[in-house]
Design a protein around this ligand. Structure first.
Ligand code: ADP
Ligand code: NI
Length: 213
């Protein structure tokens, strides 16, 4: 199968599997990660077929939606890729298993260049205007308060602690504002810089307005 057929068929497969998810892991998240990963992958001279397949399949089954089981996603991706092209399946599945964020102080595995590119693209989609929109959409779906002056942000040392959640504003301090310094590639870092600044501006205005400003 040609690389572009492989991508097209994977796009259709992922669209079908993910349609209707209300937690921020919808097809359009995957679409944006795919586009950003293409851009970063090109600039970083990564293997674009691997980058695109991993970006498309990275949220096929999220560990948070499967009782904390982080093996379901790579398995589902493997099943899909094996039926198309077993040769590239292993690298792509390794990337998918390695990139998910599980709390500020939880150790992360070492990634290939292609894995770094996809992780940067995934993290960038949690930043900037889109990141803000996704955070409040997620918080609303989970019944979280937007903000509570009495609730202090905390660093999570285990995946379980990260999952418990707090207010959505705290999520900025627990994850979103940390992402800029965790970019893997120079291209990702440059994009992150502007998105980070936008979130800082948003928070400044948010706290001003909270006090009637
Ligand atoms: P990833 O796609 O990197 O695995 P997550 O699954 O952790 O991201 O989160 C999906 C989206 O929901 C992200 O935009 C993230 O910032 C947001 N999110 C996750 N946890 C919370 C939370 N407790 N409060 C608000 N937003 C959250
Ligand atoms: Ni994602």
């Amino acid at each position: 199968m040609s690389p572009s057929d492989l991508i097209d068929r994977t796009v259709n497969h992922v669209r079908t599997v993910l349609s209707g998810d209300g937690t921020g892991h919808d097809w359009w998240h995957v679409y944006r990660v795919w586009r950003t990963a293409q851009r970063i992958g090109q600039a970083e001279k990564a293997d674009l077929l691997i980058v695109e397949l991993a970006a498309l399949l990275h949220d096929i089954a999220d560990w948070k939606l499967h009782d904390g089981d982080s093996t379901v996603g790579p398995q589902m991706a493997k099943q899909w890729l094996n039926s198309l092209d077993a040769h590239i399946s292993e690298h792509v599945c390794q990337i998918i298993a390695g990139i998910s964020f599980k709390g500020a102080n939880v150790e992360q595995p070492i990634l290939s260049l292609e894995g770094k590119v996809v992780q940067d693209a995934d993290r960038l989609d949690a930043m900037g205007a889109i990141g803000i929109a996704r955070a409040f959409a997620y918080g609303g779906a989970k019944g979280q308060a937007i903000y509570d002056p009495a609730a202090k942000p905390s660093e999570h040392r285990t995946p379980e602690a990260y999952l418990k959640g707090g207010t959505t504003i705290n999520h900025f301090y627990e994850k979103l504002l940390l992402l800029k310094d965790r970019m893997n590639t120079a291209t990702g870092r440059a994009i992150a810089e502007a998105r980070h600044q936008f979130m800082e501006d948003f928070l400044r205005r948010f706290f001003e307005e909270w006090e009637g400003g």
